[in-house]
Design a protein around this ligand. Structure first.
Ligand code: UDX
Length: 443
């Protein structure tokens, strides 16, 4: 089948590569000439395991191509996927300018029936706006051409995006036209594995499903972080509590890890956007507000612990920092806990020596050259001349470090662990002051 994808960002590229991988003819359209030139040379602008090879293979075999020519894109695909960005605007709602611009472009150039599929995460009701924008443009052209609008939200996890797309838990398709539902089923047939994963529903339910999934996951994390703080106050260990409740299959072990807060491009943005959507229809989504508040507070926890360890005097201190990305296996630092920690440390007059296996370039890009930030090539180098160590991302290389070396280098043997990587008892036996999340009074 022929597919066109607008937006060669994260979602667009993964969707394009994976749809080409199963045999479709895919054309990716982006307005960024530089990006398209680089993609045509086989350079991938993001770090995502497996993506580079998949793009290269499919470009080589002629199933995947990139262009800046939107009109060519409209001619190419029966399926016109919108995967452009929806950055939050000032009040937290998704900015739909790019999505609607693509809808108008498709309507401007189309000569026959097209299916416009929204893959970007967009507020409930956006498909109606896409429909209106296209109808308006066609009317202005005086053209009577049929089209259908579909909501097909994406559930990719960064760092596992290719795998998530190739082996999805579910494929949500929102459409009012049963025939379009069947065409979408056919497009996604190769991803079904063993049983049918495609769920066809009305458009608004599909749009809400995406937000509901992310809000539910964010709620699990904030719930555990709330309990972790309570465990500290009560001198209980959240890691025992986590395993205790996880054993109940209704709760489950997944996604209940306490830590220094969730980040990334999805959870913070989507929880806020859903809260706002609720407000717009006169509904007060109290739980969502609390989920976000708890997360904001959680991102300050490591700083508070460091601050009180030094009795409020951080001037001239140097903190070694392991991890910058919002989670392992990505270089993404959007809404990362590391940012709030570093910014608070700097504001208090401390310096940071940081390392991340892949996010160093991104960090340099965000903060530029500054005296109070040294980016080190190896995580052990961060320890040189540092007072204490803080950990915010659970990269595997940090799980079993050379504790002797850490103790030798740090001016004080203190570790502030935002991801509960080590055993408190073991750390104490080795002579460390070990501050984790929710692990007894010391936390
Ligand atoms: C998420 C959703 O998982 C995905 O389905 C959706 O399409 C986009 O948003 P992603 O943002 O890539 O994906 O990251 P995810 O792996 O879900 O982690 C999000 C954040 O939650 C990270 O900061 C992570 O450290 C944190 N987290 C996760 C916890 O603090 N505790 C947990 O138990 C799990």
């Amino acid at each position: 089948m022929k597919v066109t994808i607008y937006g060669s960002g994260y979602v667009g590229l993964v969707t394009g590569a994976c749809l080409a991988e199963v045999g479709n003819q895919v054309l990716c359209v982006d307005i960024d000439q530089d990006k398209i030139a680089r993609l045509n040379r086989g350079e991938i602008p993001i770090y995502e395991p497996g993506l580079e090879d998949m793009v290269a293979d499919n470009v080589q075999s002629g199933r995947l191509a990139f262009t800046t020519d939107a009109a060519e894109g409209v001619r190419h695909g029966l399926f016109q996927f919108i995967a452009v960005g929806t950055p939050p605007d000032e009040d937290g709602s998704a900015d739909l300018r790019h999505v609607l611009a693509v809808a108008r472009t498709v309507a401007e150039h189309m000569g026959e029936y097209r299916i416009v599929v929204t893959k970007s995460t967009v507020p409930v009701g956006t498909s109606d706006k896409v429909q209106e924008a296209m109808a308006g443009t066609l009317q202005a052209r005086n053209a009577q051409i049929d089209f259908d609008v579909v909501s097909n939200p994406e559930f990719l996890k960064e760092g596992a995006a290719v795998d998530d797309f190739m082996k999805p838990d579910r494929i949500i398709v929102g459409t009012d036209n049963p025939r379009t539902g069947e065409l979408m089923r056919a497009l996604y047939g190769p991803f079904n594995r063993n049983h049918d994963r495609v769920m066809v529903m009305d458009i608004r339910s599909a749009e809400l499903t995406k937000y509901a999934a992310n809000a539910m996951l964010a709620t699990k994390i904030s719930f555990m972080n709330e309990l972790a703080n309570l465990a500290e106050a009560l001198d209980a260990d959240i890691e025992h509590v986590r395993q205790g409740i996880g054993s109940d299959p209704r709760i489950g072990y997944h996604f209940i890890y306490p830590g220094c807060g969730y980040g990334g491009s999805c959870f913070p943005k989507d929880v806020k956007a859903l809260e706002r959507t609720a407000r717009q229809v006169g509904f007060k989504a109290q739980l969502l507000t609390a989920v976000e508040d708890v997360n904001e507070r959680q991102k300050e926890r490591l700083f508070q612990k460091i601050h009180s360890h030094f009795q409020g005097d951080l001037k001239g201190r140097t903190i070694a920092l392991w991890g910058l990305a919002f989670k392992p296996n990505t270089d993404d630092m959007r809404e990362a806990s590391s940012r709030m920690l570093m910014e608070s440390l700097w504001a208090a007059g401390a310096r940071v020596r940081a390392h991340d296996p892949v996010a160093m370039e991104e960090c340099a890009h965000i903060y530029g050259q500054r005296d109070d930030l040294v980016l080190c090539d190896h995580h052990e180098q961060t320890l040189e001349g540092a007072d204490v160590l803080a950990i915010v991302t659970e990269w595997n290389v940090f799980r079993s470090p050379d504790f002797e070396l850490i103790r030798k280098h740090l001016k004080e043997p203190a570790i502030f662990d935002g991801r509960n990587l080590y055993e408190p008892k073991h750390m104490e036996d080795m002579g460390f002051a070990y501050y984790a999340i929710g692990r007894g009074r010391k936390g």
